[in-house]
Ligand binder design. Structure first.
Ligand code: ZN
Length: 473
């Protein structure tokens, strides 16, 4: 008994109702798209080209009609009857996700290249579990070129990821041209390269067309030695080597605020600005007269409190500009304005603590979602890494405990790919196949997830050539 052609979808949909009859694939000759969804047209054209199907874009009545309907963000529906395929979505992202689901079904239907190939009739309704399905790429340690970033965005889009968190600066490099920090060029970074303003505009345009928002990050007060080597006046010890901004010198706050204002101007569409906040070492602060004077003036008891105070001021600065600050979840007791989105990366129990302070949380816990970790211990790995298998990614769930406490707290998931061990040519091998598991974890409800069924569906998609289509995106 052949499987229903809609039973192979990844991520698993909310509801798939089989209907009697089949839609003959050879009868498909045209598709039409509501004007709001025009940017989906190239995706559909690429699909039909890959399948060698002569299906043309037309206006008005067509064999496949993609229309705007009263559906929430990301949601979509597909109705397949013997006569017609009707797709409905509320906005651009849902339309793209539906096009991708149709692609999976068409690959399943045409896998054998038989002229009688057909889609089984069905009604499919789908909507995301989480509004935030993110992916962070570290372009600071290893530079990836503009065309690669656009390919990466198109790949994320195919897996229904709607937030691209871009780690643009770190101690190993500074990847955008800054008028505020004009000394920072591509020279001296781990791998040579810096995006031009034109590159950033082109990448932003690509993201906009795909319905992906960019969350740019400038990580402070730590992870800053690349900048501070060029601007030692903002360190505690200008003669030494510091990874952290001095928290006591007034110039530090001014410099960072100017950098953030510039970043917001470069990314005018980005509602969320990531200000870093992780892994700062307090050793220089402890010995610094300026930091100690600030500690005393603010009547605080230790440098972690001073760091918190510094980051709170930055968070309020971002809020004052009409954007939302985002920050790496700290490993110690720190408190930020409740509007701040906290990215929980260290320990999934931290979510409880952030919830207590009223913050919304992005679940990025490293043991479940750090894609630089090896998928098996046969791969190269560093001492801080551990194995993260495809099944490990699949099983990740921020509600594995404390559902009642956290049910209004978690905005969604975000996978992270740090690039200490992943130059551009290794990134896709880090993504596949775990991104299939991640997509289903971030999209599908717990009751629709099943590891064995996921393996069956992925195996089927692999057999159809769908993975080649996705890799070639
Ligand atoms: Zn200092």
């Amino acid at each position: 008994m052949p499987e229903h052609t809609a039973s192979i979808l990844i991520p698993a949909p909310v509801k798939m109702t089989p209907r009697p009859g089949k839609h003959q694939v050879r009868n498909l000759t045209s598709f039409s798209v509501s004007p709001e969804f025009n940017t989906v047209v190239p995706e559909l054209q690429r699909l039909f080209k890959a399948l060698a199907m002569p299906v043309e874009s037309v206006s008005g009545a067509a064999d496949i009609e993609l229309k705007k309907g009263p559906l929430p963000s990301g949601a979509w529906q597909i109705k397949i009857t013997p006569e017609k395929i009707t797709i409905e979505a509320g906005e651009r992202t849902g339309a793209g996700y539906a096009a991708n689901a149709l692609a999976q079904m068409l690959f399943a239907a045409t896998a054998k290249g038989h002229p009688e190939d057909a889609l089984d009739c069905a009604e499919i309704e789908d909507a995301p579990r989480y509004p935030w399905r993110g992916f962070m790429l570290d372009s600071a340690r290893q530079f990836q070129d503009k065309d690669f970033i656009k390919k990466f965005l198109r790949t994320l889009s195919a897996f229904r990821i709607n937030s691209f968190h871009w780690h643009l600066v770190d101690s190993q490099g500074w990847r955008y041209p800054s008028k505020i920090a004009a000394k920072l060029g591509p020279e001296g970074s781990w791998s040579f390269g810096q995006y031009s303003r034109e590159d950033l505009q082109e990448i932003s345009q690509c993201a906009r067309e795909l319905g992906i928002r960019i969350i740019p990050e400038v990580d402070v007060p730590g992870h800053s030695s690349f900048l501070l080597e060029h601007y030692p006046e903002y360190t505690c010890d200008p003669a030494g080597k510091c990874n952290e901004f001095c928290l006591g010198k007034t110039g530090s706050m001014k410099m960072i605020q100017e950098l953030l204002a510039e970043l917001m101007a470069i990314f005018p569409d980005s509602p969320i600005i990531h200000i870093g906040g992780d892994e700062a070492n307090s050793a220089h602060w402890e010995k610094c007269p300026d930091c100690n004077a600030a500690l005393k003036a603010k009547n605080l008891s230790n440098m972690r409190e001073l760091e918190n105070d510094f980051m709170v001021e930055l968070a309020h600065f971002v809020l004052s500009k009409g954007r939302t600050p985002m920050i790496w979840g700290p490993g110690i007791e720190q408190v930020y304005p409740p509007e701040t989105v906290i990215q929980s990366w260290l320990n999934f129990r931290d979510n409880l603590r952030f919830h207590k302070h009223g913050n919304k949380v992005i679940h990025s816990v490293h043991t479940s979602l750090y894609f630089d970790y090896p998928a098996s211990l046969n791969e190269y790995w560093e001492s801080w890494m551990m194995e993260l298998s495809e099944q490990g990614v699949y099983m990740t769930d921020p509600y594995c405990m404390w559902y009642e406490e956290l049910k209004n707290t978690i905005l969604g998931l975000e996978a992270c790919l740090w690039t200490e061990t992943a130059p551009q040519h290794r990134i896709m091998s880090k993504l596949f196949p775990r991104i299939f598991a991640y997509a289903e974890s971030a999209w599908s409800s717990e009751e629709n997830k099943n590891w064995n069924d996921y393996l069956r569906r992925k195996g089927k998609l692999e057999a159809t050539g769908y993975l080649d289509f996705i890799r070639d995106i």
